[in-house]
Ligand binder design. Structure first.
Ligand code: S3P
Length: 434
């Protein structure tokens, strides 16, 4: 049981400017790919959070020297890995374990990848199947972590991915770096493409044509100089809070606007949100820009198909927005939400019901009719960062003081969440439970 919480009281609106911490997906990839590149990779604005620190510790356990110039600035001296002295502990990080599994399948020594009880519950067959098809000697424990890997020569394959998952795509492509012949991944939807962008910037022969991604091995990875853009999945919390609380007007700068990640912005626009998005340039091969969000009267919407993967991590906060939108919000094709850090459909529905919300769960989504009046309560984050932060935003819409038990997990992706939100004017404190 967590012994810390967010205490939230409604306020008079969020105002001002802010940044958010570096993108989690890009920060995982920066340390892993930088470790494989021969030479010195310099990373600024790196996300120092629970999940990404686990990836960093893992590459250090593989003998890679990393200079920490500050909390968020790393110099990675990449090159050949050494056999680790113990298992690699990815803690709660699904991206960490799945991507590193692809890399470890290509190493000339055995390894074991494991993590927390929460990570051990998450499905790994989705990576085991294609990696085994390539000839990797990888197995799980009932298809879950711990994962055990032995050295094996892999062959490139064409893999038709059954789910649009960037983690699966990346695990296969990374194993492809060590395989004989080209590896092709065919994706059923536009899953985030940070792996393709970063490997290409490092000199890997990787080409995307429509839904086919083809990686031809052979090149030595070249080190890069990278400033990680702000994580749009973190920006989602202040954005939705500003849209929902009267009097709000905020501007977030340096946010990653990669179109494989901006599904929430499109959906909020369709709901009538007053959001202005301005692209200002490129950072580390990714488009970045400014998002201004002002209080808006939202209306219900429908989300399904390809849009789902472009906002897969933003459904918990969309559920909060939907409770305040006029009419019905219907989400379909989002069954992947059930295998994230928690079953995010049922956990969010259960916790929002504590605020008095009415939510209909469906096997692949939910239906919410709004606007609904929420009442202050004590809710729980279930050791899932995006649940804790979404519930804190829901607490703003009540008339009293709410407590969200389990605040520390917000630091898995958004260290300083309470401080950032408080600086924008939200009445939020992170406290130990009495
Ligand atoms: C991620 C991919 C997504 C996302 C996760 C990060 C990544 O997972 O939910 O938070 O960095 O590749 P899936 O690829 O499993 O959908």
């Amino acid at each position: 049981m967590a012994n810390d919480c967010f205490v939230v009281r409604p306020g008079s609106g969020l105002r001002g400017g802010s940044t958010v911490p570096g993108d989690k997906s890009i920060s995982h990839r920066a340390v892993m790919f930088g470790a494989m590149a021969v030479g010195t990779t310099h990373v600024r604005a790196w996300l120092a959070a629970g999940d990404t620190e686990a990836s960093l510790a893992s590459i250090q356990a593989l003998g890679i020297r990393v200079e920490r110039l500050s909390r968020n600035e790393l110099v990675i001296h990449g090159g050949a890995f050494e056999p680790p002295k113990s298992y690699l502990n990815l803690v709660n990080a699904g991206t960490g374990i799945r991507l590193l599994a692809g890399i470890m399948c290509g190493q000339p020594f055995p390894s074991v990848l494991d993590g927390s009880e929460q990570l051990r519950r998450r499905p790994m067959k989705r990576i085991l199947t294609p990696l085994q098809m390539m000839g990797a000697a990888i197995s799980g424990t009932n298809d879950r972590a711990p994962l055990t890997i032995q050295p094996a020569q892999m062959q490139g394959i064409q893999y038709d991915m059954p789910v649009a998952s960037a983690q699966v795509k990346s695990a296969v492509l990374l194993a492809g770096l060590f395989a004989k012949g080209a590896t092709t991944v065919v994706q059923p939807g536009p899953a985030r493409d940070h792996t393709e962008r970063m490997l290409s910037a490092m000199g890997v022969n990787i080409v995307t044509e429509g839904d086919h991604i083809v990686l031809t091995p052979g090149a030595t990875l070249k080190p890069i100089n990278l400033t990680v853009p702000g994580d749009i999945s973190s920006a989602a919390f202040p954005i939705v809070a500003a849209l929902l609380v009267p009097g709000s007007d905020i501007t977030l700068t340096g946010i990653n606007l990669n179109s494989t990640r901006t599904g929430l912005i499109d959906v909020l626009h369709a709901m009538g949100a007053d959001l202005t998005v301005t692209e200002t340039g490129l950072e580390g091969g990714e488009p970045v820009g400014t998002i201004r969000a002002r209080h808006s009267v939202l209306k219900g919407t429908q989300v399904g198909g390809a849009k789902v993967v472009e906002m897969i991590d933003e459904f918990p906060i969309l559920m909060v927005a939907a409770t305040q939108a006029e009419g019905e919000t219907v989400v379909r094709d989002a069954q992947e939400l059930r295998v994230k850090e928690t079953d995010r459909i049922s956990v969010m529905a259960g916790e929002l019901r504590k605020f008095g919300a009415e939510i209909t769960e469906t096997p692949d989504g939910f239906i919410i009719k709004g606007p609904q009046k929420l009442t202050a309560t004590v809710a729980e984050g279930h050791d899932d960062h995006r649940i804790s932060m979404s519930l804190s935003v829901a607490a703003l819409l009540t008339e009293g003081q709410s407590t969200v038990i389990d605040a520390r997990c917000a630091g898995d992706s958004f260290p300083g969440f309470a401080g950032t939100m408080a600086a924008l004017g939200m009445d939020i404190q992170q406290r130990d439970l009495e």
